[in-house]
Design a protein around this ligand. Structure first.
Ligand SMILES: NC(=O)c1ccc[n+]([C@@H]2O[C@H](COP(=O)([O-])OP(=O)(O)OC[C@H]3O[C@@H](n4cnc5c(N)ncnc54)[C@H](OP(=O)(O)O)[C@@H]3O)[C@@H](O)[C@H]2O)c1
Length: 304
């Protein structure tokens, strides 16, 4: 249990997203004063009911605009989750992806150090480590995450900036706006369709969103307790990946629904991750608590 930390000020990017909105709720719950950075086009979604409990800053896209936000907020810790996440890209995705994952992120850090804000929790992905390699990007999105980490090295060496990068795996839980495995299974069962899937032998590391949020809170405490030197990187995993086929079995058992799946009805994706990265260190003081069965039950309960 983390103590109430009312003097802490959080600046959250990506707060309107799936994980960011859960993190924002939890920070408010823990007594942080929470500020979020959104775009003019952002919609608040699940943050609507927090409208009166958080400060919302709309970034106009300019460098000066972001500097003014960081200067006005003077956060204790910046939680950086904003990203354009695409498993596959088209040429038209390149600019927006570089803008979100590198340009915006670099401006954010530049604004932080200009205002002597030195604690950053950054977000990476296990997809930076295809085939368990030190660095091998599964896709261009993963390459942009690595590129930003390389940029961070400059700030680490030239300023007192301290960073923890949390490398996330497949995160699941309620209020996920993306079409994900569980929404797909639910639709297939509901409309008695047949779903064409890959042969299903790939291992998937599913981490429940509340556990992922806990990792951000633990990382923030670690930064504040001055235990971090430079840039620390951790994987946020359960350590117990399951085959896709096994996950579907567990889903059927927990929900009592039968899902008609044509295994092998479509090929594996190009650079499909067959065995998730398992060579990272776990964040000290953090451990996943929610198992897959409990996670599926919580999603079901959230819909009732
Ligand atoms: N979900 C997963 O399973 C998973 C796995 C590995 C890593 N991650 C990482 O975890 C983080 C959160 O993921 P998520 O699933 O919660 O993402 P998400 O639901 O797609 O949300 C992305 C967020 O980033 C914001 N954003 C994107 N570009 C921006 C920009 N240029 N300026 C300001 N805000 C911008 C979006 O704002 P708008 O509302 O304006 O669009 C949104 O709030 C990301 O860094 C992602 O790469 C997630």
């Amino acid at each position: 249990m983390v103590a109430k930390q009312s003097s802490n000020i959080a600046l959250v990017t990506g707060a309107t997203g799936f994980i960011g909105s859960h993190l924002t709720h939890q920070l408010v719950e823990l007594g942080w004063r929470v500020h979020i950075v959104i775009r003019p086009s952002s919609t608040l979604g699940h943050l609507q009911r927090l409208r009166d409990s958080i400060a919302i800053h709309t970034h106009d896209g300019t460098t000066e605009g972001l500097f003014a936000i960081v200067e006005a907020v003077r956060p204790t810790v910046v939680f950086h989750l904003a990203s354009l996440c695409l498993a596959q890209h088209t040429p038209a995705d390149i600019l927006p992806m570089l803008e979100s994952n590198i340009s915006f992120a670099t401006h954010l850090v530049e604004a932080m150090v200009a205002h002597q804000i030195y604690y950053l929790v950054n977000t990476g992905t296990s997809w930076q480590h295809y085939e368990n390699k030190e660095y091998s990007p599964v896709c261009l999105y993963a390459a942009t995450k690595e590129a930003f980490e390389a940029i961070l090295q400059f700030y680490i060496e030239t300023t007192p900036l301290q960073v923890i990068t949390l490398k996330l795996f497949d995160t699941y839980g309620p209020n996920d706006p993306r079409e994900n495995l569980f929404t797909l299974l639910e639709k297939t069962a509901k409309y008695s369709k047949q779903l064409a899937m890959s042969p299903g032998e790939q291992l998937i590391e599913l981490v429940y969103v509340d556990d992922v949020v806990d990792a951000y809170i633990v990382a923030a405490s670690r930064l504040q307790s001055k235990e971090v030197q430079g840039h620390e990187k951790y994987e946020v995993s359960t350590g117990s990946p399951l085959k896709l086929k096994e996950i579907v079995e567990v889903y059927e058992q927990e929900t009592g629904r039968k899902v008609a799946i044509k295994w092998g009805g479509r090929p594996y994706r190009n650079r499909e991750v067959m065995v998730p990265w398992n060579k990272g260190a776990l964040l000290p003081g953090w451990k996943a608590k929610v198992g897959i069965r409990e996670g599926i039950r919580r999603i079901q309960n959230s819909r009732q």
